[in-house]
Design a protein around this ligand. Structure first.
Ligand code: FMN
Length: 164
């Protein structure tokens, strides 16, 4: 049976979509204006020093503002927040219009109410990676915010929840 080549975008998306991810909203302040985007690429990188990473698309409108800020807050989205995820996965002009948030303790980036956990970070290094960037962040402060909430998961193009 013939298999589509690795450079076939539909095939690449289908295969990578069979790897489940959580959803994180990466936020920052841009000259007093909150900005942010939903990502499935957030991951833990290193314990010592404490490093995390996410991969913004080169077409992301929020990333240049986050890069300019030099700091960000990664908000782990709960399974009760699919509507919040949809807002931050959109190109809406003001994604924070209907979202409750407060400044994070260490970087002052938006911490979104109801999220499972948050990680305050400083941009450590940015690597080029095809049509994305690999952003490494040094964690300055972090906590679990909502221990009762499960994570929102993304798998095969749809949302779901975790059950042990
Ligand atoms: C589950 C999920 C995961 C996503 N993961 C990423 C990602 O890792 N990187 C990225 O740049 N966009 C990702 N997106 C798409 C962005 O959220 C979307 O393009 C958004 O409009 C970007 O907003 P911006 O242009 O304000 O940066 C994801 C969307 C969803 C729904």
């Amino acid at each position: 049976m013939s298999r589509p080549p690795a450079h076939d975008p539909a095939h690449f998306r289908k295969v990578l979509g069979s790897y489940p991810t959580g959803v994180t909203i990466v936020t920052a302040m841009d000259e007093g204006r909150p900005v942010g985007l939903a990502v499935g690429t957030f991951t833990s990188v290193s314990l010592d020093p404490p490093l995390v990473a996410f991969l913004p698309d080169r077409k992301s409108r929020s990333w240049p503002a986050i890069e300019k800020a030099g700091v960000f807050c990664a908000n782990v989205v709960g399974d009760h927040q699919e509507h919040v995820c949809a807002v931050f996965a959109s190109k809406l002009e003001d994604k924070f219009a209907e979202v409750e948030w407060e400044p994070s303790p260490s970087t002052g980036s938006p911490m979104i109410a109801g999220c499972v956990a948050w990680l305050d970070c400083r941009v450590e290094v940015v690597h080029e990676a095809g049509d994305h960037w690999i952003v490494i962040g040094r964690v300055t402060e972090l906590d679990v915010a909502n221990d009762d909430a499960g994570p929102l998961l993304f798998f095969k193009g749809g949302y779901g929840r975790f059950s042990p």
